[in-house]
Design a protein around this ligand. Structure first.
Ligand SMILES: C[S@@+](CC[C@H](N)C(=O)[O-])C[C@H]1O[C@@H](n2cnc3c(N)ncnc32)[C@H](O)[C@@H]1O
Length: 346
């Protein structure tokens, strides 16, 4: 939450009469404090009503004096308020509960990512080469991997209905291939809508576990095949009616992303449909969305050698791979994402 600076104090910083970047430093401290409070259970305790400091410290079994320092920073940061009955959540703080709930899960994951992998950013910019390997790093941290998968799943739950409306398959499909489909939420949605459809999900071995569990829970295991492997090299089954490439291309540099589009198109039968979902490099939304997208792009560049590829570039790769007349379909639920849909010529 932005510090609630009085207008005259903000104006002096805008005029360069003080170090405006100190506000970002303070926001970084507040970000760390908010995540610590999430992990300690501060927000979920206050969800049940205001608490005096001593009662809250007792309930959370934490050091009272240190909790006070944490809470005071969060009051300044706009997440908590101190009233007659003790500490309580502000409307901004009401977005946070536990590290596994709602936006708290998103915050918890990004905290681990930025705290763990953003060191050495200047080297990535200097050398043009990523300094980190996001997926290798995740593999060594099962809790963060679970958090990452949880964030992807939440986004899919939010978008899937509109995705199906905007990008249906051609006719009544029998075979769908979900490249980098991990949690399998999108494949499941297509399979629920098209009863004759079977799906193959190809992803890294550890990424397939949530998908397997979800498909079992849905009672659709017999219609699913899970293929552990590397997208760049694994043998993918051909003759597909639909291939999904959802939120995958941004994890790779342009030459690899282009090759992946070629592999995806190559797995289609003639007349089969390639559907790509990607984050737009320049979403037409709020300042918040634009700023987050720019940070996300830098994160991709630094942690995995990827980037947000322009939509026109991806459409060009699809056409070059034999999928003509690419149609762009924008999601209304989020200005950050768009779909590209094209059928394989043949
Ligand atoms: C951002 S997630 C998108 C997941 C899902 N398609 C969605 O849209 O919600 C990227 C997915 O690509 C997978 N992935 C990344 N690199 C991969 C590789 N080299 N081989 C196979 N899968 C990979 C990840 O494990 C992850 O499941």
């Amino acid at each position: 939450m932005p510090l609630d600076l009085p207008p005259d104090e903000a104006a002096t910083l805008r005029r360069g009469e003080g170090p405006a970047v100190q506000i970002d430093l303070i926001q970084t401290m507040i970000f760390h404090a908010a995540v610590a409070a999430l992990r300690l259970g501060v927000f979920s305790a206050l969800e049940r009503g205001p608490r005096e400091l001593g009662a809250l410290a007792g309930e959370l079994a934490v050091d009272e004096a240190n909790l006070r320092a944490l809470l005071r920073l969060l009051v300044t940061g706009g997440y908590l308020a101190e009233g007659e009955d003790g500490y309580e959540r502000t409307p901004a703080g009401a977005w946070l509960a536990g590290p596994d709930d709602g936006f708290g899960a998103v915050l918890d994951f990004w905290h681990s990512l930025i705290g763990g992998l953003w060191q050495g950013l200047e080297e990535t910019v200097r050398t043009g080469k990523p300094q980190r390997d996001f997926y290798a790093w995740l593999q060594e941290r099962p809790d963060v991997l679970t958090g990452f998968q949880g964030v992807q799943l939440r986004i899919a739950e939010w978008l899937e209905e509109e995705v199906l409306e905007l990008a249906g398959p051609p006719g009544e499909p029998a075979r769908l291939l979900d490249l980098g489909g991990g949690h399998a939420r999108y494949s499941l949605a297509y399979c629920r809508r098209h009863l004759g459809l079977s799906a193959t999900v190809l992803d890294l071995p550890e990424a397939l576990e949530p998908g397997r569990a979800a498909v079992e829970d849905a009672g659709l295991a017999e219609r699913f095949t899970f293929l552990p492997g590397d997208l760049r090299t694994a043998e993918a089954p051909g003759g597909q009616d639909v291939v999904l490439l959802f939120n995958v291309l941004h994890g790779f540099p342009a030459d690899t992303a282009r090759a992946l589009v070629g592999r995806a198109a190559g797995a289609l039968r003639p007349g089969g449909r390639l559907i790509v979902m990607e984050t737009l490099p320049d979403p037409v939304g709020s300042v918040r969305e634009e700023a987050f997208t720019r940070g996300f792009d830098l994160n991709l560049i630094h942690t995995q050698g990827g980037r947000l590829h322009p939509v026109e570039t991806i459409a060009g790769w699809m056409e070059a791979a034999g999928c003509g007349s690419v149609e762009r379909r924008d999601l209304t639920r989020s200005a950050a994402f768009c779909l590209l849909v094209a059928d394989r010529e043949g």
